[in-house]
Write a protein that binds this ligand. Structure first.
Ligand code: ADP
Ligand code: GN1
Ligand code: MG
Length: 375
């Protein structure tokens, strides 16, 4: 918290490095991301014209090569701009727009080794922290499916892997098991049940990666962090218009995008809800998302891929759970926390959802079957 205030004091100075319209007159921490430090910056010209920007200090300990990450973001957004323009959309609103520094770079490295970047603030949008209606969730699914479709011809080999093995669940499992064995903070005793729950599901971790290796599932260009607050909805039409947080756009499985959205959006409670009685995987939301995602992908998924979507939901939820739990055991060094035990609370909701999905497995499969051949 203290550090955020320290950074907050330097925002005007950092913003001045970028080609903004006018100088920064207001700024404040913004959003609820777990990774980067995000600020809303208001700039004003001498004539009094105002424009808003998002300024982010990139998480340099998580993203080891910010230059390469920004190369991905610039290349992907330029590619998307062309497609959006061709279909008659508005590229300034329907994808992120990187603001360059005075010397034309797409990031600014300050004297203390912090990497900063700036985006145009997408005006007249709302960012949802929770699904408010099945319709919003369905719209987000069409947008995430459409995002993947737009990138289906993107030269995947030119993308840098910004976090190696990001959704490699067996590799996440090994990291988790190591965190349990080391128990660096002496916290494992507080999470006995959760640890046992996770260890008991080791066999599941390999299902999708084995199918990928065997050529049964295709590698695609995916977003990999498709939670609901990584999409902006038009404030008037309520349509999902802009997919943000492109830090992890990398080759991946469609299941990663489908699954991560379900994990966050189909839950009846917040990711960090303490009262687990409030946490369930809502089947009607699962259905809305499945329908929207398949529609957005527009017939591009294989039959096998579609059949395995429920496994994507379960594994992404499980994987996020073991990541939260490992971070709790290792002293909360990865995800931002706002209270003691925050990562343990987060892990608990994820495991509750995994259990609920196991109980609802047949229903999930039936829903996927229902929409399988519709698009
Ligand atoms: P993190 O990686 O920490 O999740 P994000 O890039 O997702 O960071 O940004 C955090 C939040 O900031 C988003 O959830 C959204 O509310 C807001 N945000 C980010 N970029 C923009 C933008 N260009 N326009 C409007 N809001 C944005
Ligand atoms: C992080 O950056 P953000 O807050 O959108 C994380 C995701 C997790 C998510 C859990 C780069 O997403 O992988 O699923 O938190 N992003 C990174 O809420 O690790
Ligand atoms: Mg985010």
């Amino acid at each position: 918290m203290g550090e955020t205030n320290l950074i907050n004091d330097r925002i005007d100075e950092v913003a001045a490095r970028f080609r903004t319209q006018g100088a920064a007159v207001e700024h404040a921490p913004y959003g609820n991301g777990h990774i980067n430090d995000t600020f809303l910056v208001v700039c004003e010209t001498q004539e009094g014209k105002r424009r808003r920007y998002i300024l982010q200090r990139m998480n340099h300990s998580i993203f080891k090569m910010p230059q390469r990450l920004m190369e991905n973001v610039v290349n992907v957004t330029e590619y998307l701009r062309e497609i959006i323009a061709k279909r008659g959309g508005n590229p300034d609103r329907e994808t992120l727009n990187v603001v360059r520094t005075g010397d034309g770079s797409n990031y600014y490295l300050d004297g203390e080794g912090n990497y900063w970047r700036m985006f145009l603030f997408v005006e007249q949008t709302v960012c949802l922290e929770k699904v408010e209606s099945a319709k919003d969730f369905y719209d987000s699914a069409v947008a995430f499916g459409g995002f993947q479709k737009m990138l289906s011809d993107y030269p995947a080999k030119t993308l840098h892997e910004t976090i190696p093995n990001f959704h490699n669940t067996p590799s996440r499992f090994s990291d988790f098991r190591r965190a349990v064995q080391e128990d660096r903070m002496g916290r494992a005793a507080q999470a006995k049940e959760e640890i046992a729950f996770a260890l008991a599901r080791e066999a599941d971790t390999r299902v999708l990666t084995d199918m990928l290796k065997a050529g049964e599932l295709p590698l695609r260009v995916t977003h990999n962090d498709t939670k609901l607050n990584n999409i902006l909805f038009d404030a008037d039409t309520k349509k999902a218009i802009c997919i943000i947080d492109l830090d992890t756009v990398m080759p991946g499985l469609s299941h990663y995008d489908f699954g991560d959205s379900i994990r966050f959006g189909a839950s009846t409670g917040a990711e960090d809800e303490k009262d687990l009685d409030k946490i369930e995987m809502d089947l009607s939301l699962f259905e809305a998302f499945t329908k929207g995602y398949l529609e957005g992908c527009g017939g591009s998924l294989t039959e096998k891929e579609i059949e395995m979507l429920p496994m994507g939901a379960k594994l992404m939820t499980y994987e996020c759970g073991i990541r939260f739990l490992a971070d709790f055991l290792e002293g909360d060094t990865y995800f931002k926390i706002h209270r003691d035990g925050h990562n343990l609370d987060r892990a608990r909701t994820q495991f509750k959802l995994v259990k609920d999905m196991e109980d609802k497995w047949a229903d999930m499969a039936a829903i996927v079957e229902k929409y399988k051949n519709m698009y």
